[in-house]
Ligand binder design. Structure first.
Ligand SMILES: CC[C@@H](C(=O)O)C(=O)SCCNC(=O)CCNC(=O)[C@H](O)C(C)(C)COP(=O)(O)OP(=O)(O)OC[C@H]1O[C@@H](n2cnc3c(N)ncnc32)[C@H](O)[C@@H]1OP(=O)(O)O
Length: 253
């Protein structure tokens, strides 16, 4: 069964769904390929927005697939995977149309990096979310830390990253990370959120999105992300990180 679906919806947007609910929608190489495909397809002239979500309501995304990525031991091996995903998230961030992370369930680690790379984040009330990488003796490694510093005030971003705790959607709305909350009918709520934007000419949406892309280009966000990836790759090969992953894997055997 495929790890994702991509649907072009009547209202003029593309819906990307990670379909690995049995693994809490963890990101493996196939999901990465799917994201690349969705981002490429989102450049078609009749697409005005991209929505990313997860299958079922357990999780939006549980980050990198530890059952695959535990095989990466050295910094070089880690760098290869981290930089691939960082490039994908940078193309998502700079996609010239509005993008939404429709957070239907738990979102942790790299899942938060995926969410922060979208322009808007709508979350189901009560779900838990966190940049938990710090508890695993690594940092964000897909560029999400650098992107978070662009989107939230410094003290808030720093606290979320350095504490590495889980928070409720309501707390994260207060912090400015979540833009809207919903209880049910996620897709309908998201369509209503995007309604006015979907009515506009593509060129208007693209021109506005360019204002942010230009700012990110000027403040060298892509270079800062590269540094973040390299630093995370270094931490990846530490015993502390490998011990965390081994413990996670053992609990599930
Ligand atoms: C690697 C990139 C790095 C980055 O740069 O950011 C990261 O993403 S680091 C973060 C990696 N992610 C995690 O550490 C999350 C680990 N998962 C969990 O903490 C929990 O599973 C959950 C997400 C809080 C959900 O809890 P719950 O609903 O209770 O489900 P289970 O724990 O029972 O899991 C069900 C099922 O899914 C498998 N699973 C969950 N997350 C992952 C994952 N990230 N990779 C691989 N597999 C995952 C889990 O093993 C269970 O499988 P079975 O035991 O086969 O049923």
């Amino acid at each position: 069964m495929s790890a994702y679906t991509i649907e072009k919806r009547e209202k003029g947007y593309l819906l990307f769904t990670i379909t690995r609910s049995e693994k809490r929608n963890a990101i493996n190489y196939e999901v990465m390929k799917g994201l690349e495909e969705a981002i490429n397809r989102a450049s078609e002239s009749d697409i005005r927005a991209l929505i990313i979500t997860g299958e079922e309501d357990h999780a939006f995304c549980s980050g990198g697939d530890l059952s695959v990525f535990h095989l990466l031991h050295t910094k070089e091996e880690a760098y290869s995977m981290l930089s691939k995903m960082a490039a994908i998230l940078y193309s998502l961030l700079t996609l010239p149309i509005p993008t939404v992370a429709l957070i239907n369930g738990t979102v942790v680690g790299g899942g938060c990096e995926l969410a922060v790379s979208c322009d808007f984040r709508l979350a189901r009330k009560g779900i838990k979310a966190g940049f938990v990488q710090g508890k695993q003796a690594i940092t964000t490694g897909w560029g999400g830390g650098s992107i978070l510093t662009e989107k939230l005030p410094t003290a808030i971003a720093m606290k979320l990253l350095m504490e590495a705790e889980l928070h409720t959607a309501e707390e994260l709305k207060e912090a400015g990370f979540i833009d809207g909350l919903f209880e049910k009918e996620a897709i309908q709520v998201c369509e209503a959120y995007l309604e006015k934007m979907l009515e506009k000419d593509l060129s208007v949406l693209q021109s506005y999105k360019r204002l942010w892309i230009r700012k990110w280009e000027e403040n060298k966000l892509r270079e800062r992300i590269e540094e973040e990836v390299k630093n995370c790759a270094l931490l990846w090969e530490s015993d502390a990180h490998h011990d965390y992953v081994k413990t996670f894997m053992k609990k599930r055997l």
